[in-house]
Design a protein around this ligand. Structure first.
Ligand code: ADP
Length: 206
């Protein structure tokens, strides 16, 4: 795990972008250069894979295994081209989602074999796993926040899944935090953003 590689996880509307923006300001004020990344995407190849993955026209067509492999293809390229070189230069990398999204969505959400996914993630990421903060929020509240948020575009293929799917994803995230107490910190995302940020920073600095 790299100290300056930090990831925010959680279902949509849990507040990842909000916390990343605060974290970016804090790290910059500490004199660090900051690079923000968003999955899937971030390189020419990974963005091309993103278009395939999120295209609503592929709903009901794409197999779960295809989805699993495409997410990891996009991630491997992002690590190779962007994340590793940045970390090696001492740049802090802030990720809006990373490997644990695959475990939560394709593993717990879609029901693919968890051990196979963990092995695949090690192939994709080697030792490059970030310090991860998981924003935990009820699905109903995440939906409410997304509906209020006018800056959001049309729901993509994954966002179009039903509440039962996102309940499984949320439980998956809770499980991941339980299994990895050192590297994955679960935060109550129903609290005000400033409270969440304070807690996050205390874990980061502690
Ligand atoms: P994500 O990146 O996880 O999809 P965002 O950071 O975009 O989530 O937040 C979704 C919406 O909820 C935004 O309108 C944001 O202002 C709001 N929001 C974020 N964090 C909180 C919070 N802790 N309490 C209430 N509203 C929040």
């Amino acid at each position: 795990m790299f100290k300056n590689f930090i990831c925010l996880e959680g279902i949509d509307g849990s507040g990842k972008s909000t916390q990343i923006a605060s974290l970016e300001s804090l790290l910059k004020s500490r004199g660090l250069e900051v690079l923000k990344i968003r999955e899937p995407g971030g390189t020419e190849i990974s963005e091309a894979v993103r278009q395939i993955l999120l295209n609503p026209a592929h709903k009901g067509k794409m197999s779960d295994i295809t989805e699993l492999l495409l997410y990891n293809a996009a991630r491997a390229q992002l690590l190779h081209e962007v994340i590793k070189p940045a970390l090696e230069k001492g740049i802090a990398v802030l990720a809006d989602r990373f490997a644990h999204s695959t475990l939560a969505y394709q593993g717990y959400g879609r029901g693919l074999n968890i051990d196979i996914i963990k092995n695949l993630l090690h192939v994709t990421c080697a030792d490059f796993f970030p310090k991860t903060f998981i924003l935990d929020i009820p699905v109903s509240l995440s939906r409410e926040r997304q509906q209020k948020d006018k800056s959001r575009g049309k729901a993509d293929r994954i966002e179009q899944e039903d509440n039962i799917f996102f309940e499984r994803v949320r439980k998956g995230y809770q499980e991941i935090a339980k299994e990895n107490p050192e590297t994955c910190i679960l935060l109550d995302a129903t609290r005000p953003p400033e409270d969440i940020f304070k807690l996050l920073v205390s874990h980061l600095d502690g």
